[in-house]
Design a protein around this ligand. Structure first.
Ligand SMILES: [Zn+2]
Length: 177
């Protein structure tokens, strides 16, 4: 099945009126900030997105996206497969600071439209992908070649804090004598 390329610029209000539905892909080569944040990743991000109006007449669009990445484990420096699977739900607003924001139901994440009423779908979804990455990627402990006990550096730090209070006491004693 041929996967459609998603449009980058899109007018969410017009798309909601048309009840647009997209099942497609974004090429990761178009997401340079994301590709820089990972060691490697799939050629595409699979995206489904639906534009609609809710019972209150608010425009929203929701869907999910998924892609596979390889990250670097911060414990052993080895590669680590990490799948991203993200649900999203946005509502377009004129300006993020606007009062209408207070009235926006919490399920909707506000997204600012530009002067033409459009959003940059790639940039928006790229931000979500980057935010979903773990801050400190680590293998599950049983899969990591470096075991917790091998980290001598952690042990030294522990010993030092253990010794410190006594060292301070010794200093005090010496001062008193
Ligand atoms: Zn590891």
């Amino acid at each position: 099945m041929q996967k459609v390329k998603l449009p980058q610029q899109i007018d969410p209000v017009k798309s909601a009126v048309k009840r647009s539905d997209y099942v497609g892909v974004i090429a990761t080569k178009d997401l340079s900030r994301f590709t820089e944040a990972v060691s490697s990743c799939s050629d595409v991000v699979d995206v489904t997105v639906k534009f609609a109006k809710d019972a209150q007449g608010l425009t929203f669009f929701h869907g999910n996206m998924a892609t596979d990445t390889t990250l670097i484990c911060q414990r052993c420096n080895g590669e680590l497969a990490h799948r991203l699977d993200i649900e999203f739900c946005f509502s377009p607003v004129q300006r993020a600071e606007d009062a209408e924001l207070d009235e926006l139901p919490e399920v909707y994440e506000p997204v600012e439209v530009n002067e033409y009423g459009e959003i940059d779908l790639f940039q928006l979804l790229e931000d979500e992908l980057i935010l979903a990455l773990p801050i400190v990627p680590l293998h599950a402990e049983e899969q990591c070649p470096v075991k917790q006990n091998d980290l001598s550096f952690g042990q030294i730090a522990e010993e030092e804090t253990r010794k410190n209070p006594f060292a301070v006491l010794k200093e005090l004693k010496r001062d008193q004598e």
